[in-house]
Ligand binder design. Structure first.
Ligand code: CP
Ligand code: NVA
Length: 306
């Protein structure tokens, strides 16, 4: 694997290999094993949007693997003053061993990968959030023992999280049901991808229909980063697209609840559902660290050193 730009680029086997590696690194680190797999390597982390989990888990993960991480805010980089991403890619390729980038346009991430000569990891774009969904797959597999054949449900905005969840869970053999308002459907590229999985993908405007017999239900904020000005319009459009006790009653007994965080209690999820599933949600947040360590090893280390 050269880069992690989007889950659409990965095969089921590659995703499985990453999840297995993430489980192994997690177990070994918890057992006190010290890793030196990325000794002497530096990861640049470009942030054009805010972050708590992504920033801290990448920086900590790099340290735990023996390497070093640099936080690069677009507010301070010349990229924020208009230096072309192509030039930034060519310069940073001379200093670094890999780049993690969180930005708006997916095209910017693809350009970095095309023009630069080092591995690029997508830390969230408006189109997708592959690192998050690798952690989500890891968490669901830990709790349920498998992904194949499970019913995964997503309620809310057809945003970056929805796009990656649909692709990741379909590739791993789950049934996927999503409920979103008509004007907020997932990306057209993702919807055309679902056509490769006849009978395994349902899209509806009804949260109750999507949640029926679910084994795991995901949601995400109604307004993502960069959409702050649409907040009022979105609050109206998404009313009812909420994980609450009534909705959970439609799901299978023992249905998991997952949220990539940050969460807005009282909007996409009620405080009681959030708190009664907090262990699962914070295990999911923890797995960002383990899943991303697997990604960094896969793209920055020789396979013989894994
Ligand atoms: N879930 C997630 O990506 O969180 P941050 O925005 O805090 O990085
Ligand atoms: N959809 C959210 C996810 C945050 C992790 C956003 O893009 O802001």
């Amino acid at each position: 694997m050269k880069h992690l730009l989007k889950l659409l680029d990965l095969s089921k086997e590659e995703i499985t290999e990453l999840l297995d590696l993430a489980d192994r690194l997690k177990a070994e680190t918890k057992a006190g094993v010290e890793h030196h797999i990325l000794k002497g390597k530096t990861l640049g982390m470009i942030f054009e949007k805010s972050s708590t989990r992504t920033r801290v888990s990448f920086e900590t993960g790099m340290y735990q693997l023996g390497g070093h991480a640099l936080f690069l805010s677009s507010r301070d980089l010349q990229i924020g003053r208009g230096e072309p991403v192509e030039d930034t890619a060519r310069v940073l390729s001379r200093y670094l061993d890999g780049i993690m980038i969180r930005t708006f346009a997916q095209e910017e991430v693809e350009t970095l990968a095309r023009v630069g000569s080092i591995p690029i990891i997508n830390g969230l774009t408006d189109f997708c959030h592959p690192c998050q969904v690798l952690a989500d797959l890891q968490t669901v597999r830990e709790y349920k023992g498998r992904i194949e054949g499970l019913n995964m449900c997503y309620i809310g905005d057809g945003n970056n999280m929805a796009n990656s969840l649909i692709v990741g869970f379909l590739k791993m053999g789950a049934h996927v049901s999503i409920a979103c308002p008509k004007a907020y459907q997932p990306d057209a590229q993702v919807l055309s991808f679902t056509e490769q999985y006849p009978g395994k993908f349902v899209m509806t405007e009804s949260p109750e229909e999507a949640a029926k017999d679910a084994d795991v239900i995901f949601t995400d904020v109604w307004a993502s980063m960069g959409q702050e000005e649409e907040k009022a319009v979105r609050e109206k459009a998404f009313r009812g697209y909420q994980i609450n006790a009534e909705l959970l009653a439609k799901a299978h007994l023992g249905c998991m609840v997952q949220h990539c965080l940050p969460a807005h209690r009282g909007e996409e999820i009620t405080a009681d559902v959030f708190e009664s599933h907090a262990d699962q949600i914070f295990d999911e947040a923890e797995n960002r660290l383990h899943a991303q360590k697997a990604v960094m090893v896969a793209v920055m280390a020789d396979k013989k050193d894994w």
